[in-house]
Design a protein around this ligand. Structure first.
Ligand SMILES: Cc1ncc(COP(=O)(O)O)c(C=O)c1O
Length: 345
């Protein structure tokens, strides 16, 4: 049976070029700083984001955690979105591991945090309060339909951060999706951020790994934090080799994923019983709602699954579909035809 798996872009498998690069990778002990493939990937990542240095980590979650541990001490506060991945889906790791206090602000549908609310959340110097250290943004914003935050918004947050002597961390799990969707250079989009983490293992299709980028001093701290959470990975150049291919060959093609997501969204928008806000669709993530009472989201997802069109129920009547390297335009046609058949029945 044909299977079109739209549950997540984390499902991507290595490309043939990645498999070859992994088989041939030169490796060494990365905790000693001696894995040439990791060193090369770190230099490439830093250069692409216009930062001094970078660090290879096991996952996006680890990238965010070590970044927060490097920026903040115990009892210090971060300002972040109420719908952010770091707040929602990372086990509260920064609080659990680092004693870092989260202060949430409601995300707008476009993934932004309203500037006046950021400013209002910054603590005064008062013995009762934790100290605000860091603003955490997410780009693209997963739960906000993969919406990209633009350079102008980043500059406005940068102005606030500078005025209050705060740092900015960007959870850029899909940072290159953001840059491609906005048509801007990644280093320009990263310019206001003190640190950016991005995933190699989502739309860029590498099997494992994320990068953290920032100043030399920050990366030295993040490297210490990586070690204490057990993330020193020795001959992980076999994995980093795929990351080099990801950065070299897989960035520009993200535009194909974005076009497929838009095509999917437009097709779903035409179907009675489904509701979707097309203005939200800017990158590779599509959320839509089931508006019929005679079917639950779980039943719809099961019916789709039976026909090989796989999507993710995400609660509150919503379903998520994510386009990626293994999804073609014909796969979108197939998915829409299956969906139309179910909705007409
Ligand atoms: C926005 C965002 N940040 C961080 C992560 C965590 O990445 P990982 O699954 O590699 O830990 C994800 C994963 O989906 C994500 O969507």
């Amino acid at each position: 049976m044909k299977v079109v798996d739209l549950r997540s872009d984390t499902l991507t498998r290595p490309t043939p070029a990645m498999s070859q690069a992994m088989a041939e990778a030169e490796v060494g002990d990365d905790v000693f700083g001696e894995d040439p493939t990791i060193n090369k990937l770190e230099a490439m990542a830093a250069e692409r984001l216009g930062k001094e240095a970078a660090l290879y980590v096991a996952s996006g979650t680890m990238g965010n955690l070590v970044s927060l541990l490097a920026h903040c001490g115990r009892g210090e506060e971060i300002i972040l979105g109420s719908l952010s991945h770091t707040f929602f889906f990372e086990q509260g790791g920064s609080a659990a591991v680092g004693g870092i206090h989260p202060r949430t602000i409601p995300n707008q549908p476009d993934g932004t945090l309203p500037l006046p609310e950021i400013e209002a959340a910054i603590r005064a110097d008062n013995v009762h309060f934790p100290r605000t250290r860091l603003i955490v943004l997410e780009n693209t914003h997963n739960l906000c339909s993969g919406y990209p935050l633009g350079i102008e918004y980043m500059q406005a947050v940068g102005d606030i951060a500078r005025r209050h002597n705060l740092k900015i961390h960007v959870d850029g799990a899909r940072f290159f999706n953001a840059a491609v969707a906005l048509g801007v250079a990644p280093d320009q989009l990263a310019a206001e951020a003190d640190s950016v983490s991005f995933c190699l293992s989502k739309g860029l299709a590498a099997p494992v790994g994320s990068m953290v980028c920032g100043s030399r001093e920050f990366i030295a701290q993040a490297r210490r934090a990586r070690k204490v959470v057990g993330g020193g990975m020795r001959q992980a150049g076999v994995l980093a080799a795929a990351g080099i291919v990801a950065l070299t060959e897989m960035v520009d093609r993200l535009a194909v994923d974005h076009a497929n997501a838009r095509k999917l969204a437009q097709g779903l928008a035409d179907m009675p019983g489904l509701s979707i806000d097309l203005s939200q669709i800017k990158s590779n993530i599509v959320y839509f709602e089931l508006t019929r009472d005679d079917m639950t989201v779980e039943q719809l997802v099961k019916k789709l699954d039976d026909e090989g069109a796989r999507m993710l129920p995400v609660g509150a009547g919503r379903i998520r579909a994510v386009t990626h390297y293994h999804i073609t335009s014909e796969d979108i046609d197939y998915t829409l035809s299956v969906c139309a058949k179910i909705m007409e029945a």
